[in-house]
Design a protein around this ligand. Structure first.
Ligand code: G1P
Length: 237
């Protein structure tokens, strides 16, 4: 299994600091946030980590350069999450950890690997419950037990099949890259990872795992403050 960390986003919700500092490099104590995600990937057993960056985010490269088993690829155009992941194409199972999603208080990725094993190596998507009024910000699951029947990217409240949302972590077979290559733009005119997974469901089983930790979206100042609070709590324990 290899890990892919998409970190190519422009950070527009976190300007002006993101003009020079990628949001993923903002500190959580003495470590950049991204290093906590790299640690999570390693703890889950990833033997190589591919970080997807874009022009102007070379600070990420500079920081991690020289660390074993990490390499970088560029996303040259902002065409969506699915497109970003495709730039990192690998021929192995892909553990995808979004670079602006910290999971505090558990090791979501490691637990997802266990869940996958329990389901004979099937795809697993890390999820959280969200308030009904916020479903339009997320990929939302339609489930039969914990098996994913369908999923829809950022539905309107009245169209959402549940309140179980994709929460920044995915464990997918290498076959996902085939679907991404033929994926047409969806919500927001972007190539959505959700849409490619959705097509994959007709041929392969996938399961939702509501992980116990709390996801913190560090892509905006409020989420970043919340992440700092959460980690300070852990350090004090
Ligand atoms: C992405 C995914 C979405 C997911 C969300 C949080 O959206 O497209 O399905 O629920 O991350 O993990 P974004 O926040 O990049 O718009």
């Amino acid at each position: 299994m290899k890990a892919i960390i998409p970190a190519a986003g422009l950070g527009t919700r976190f300007l002006p600091v993101t003009r020079v500092v990628p949001k993923e490099m903002l500190p959580i104590g003495a470590k950049p946030a991204l290093e906590l995600i790299v640690d999570e990937a390693r703890a889950a057993g990833a033997d190589e980590i591919v970080i997807v960056i874009s022009e102007g985010k070379e600070l990420i490269r500079k920081y991690f350069e020289g660390q074993p088993d990490i390499r970088f690829v560029y996303q040259k155009e902002q065409k969506g999450l699915g497109h970003a992941v495709l730039q990192a194409e690998i021929d192995d199972d892909a553990l995808i950890l979004l670079g602006d999603a910290l999971v505090v208080g558990c090791c979501a990725a490691k637990e997802m690997v266990e869940v996958s094993k329990a389901h004979g190596g099937a795809a697993v998507i890390g999820c959280e419950r969200v308030p009904k009024e916020k479903v339009s910000r997320y990929g939302i699951m339609k489930l039969d037990g914990d098996r994913i029947v369908d999923m829809v990217e950022k539905p309107a409240v009245e169209e959402a099949p549940s309140d179980i949302a994709v929460a920044g972590r995915y464990l997918l077979p290498a076959a996902i890259f085939g679907y991404l290559k033929t994926q047409t733009p969806g919500k927001g005119g972007e190539i959505q990872l959700t849409d490619a997974i959705r097509r994959m469901l007709s041929e392969r089983d996938a399961y939702a795992y509501v992980y116990p930790g709390k996801r913190q979206d560090i892509g905006n100042p409020d989420g970043y403050f919340a992440a700092l609070e959460a980690y300070r709590g852990i350090n004090q324990n």
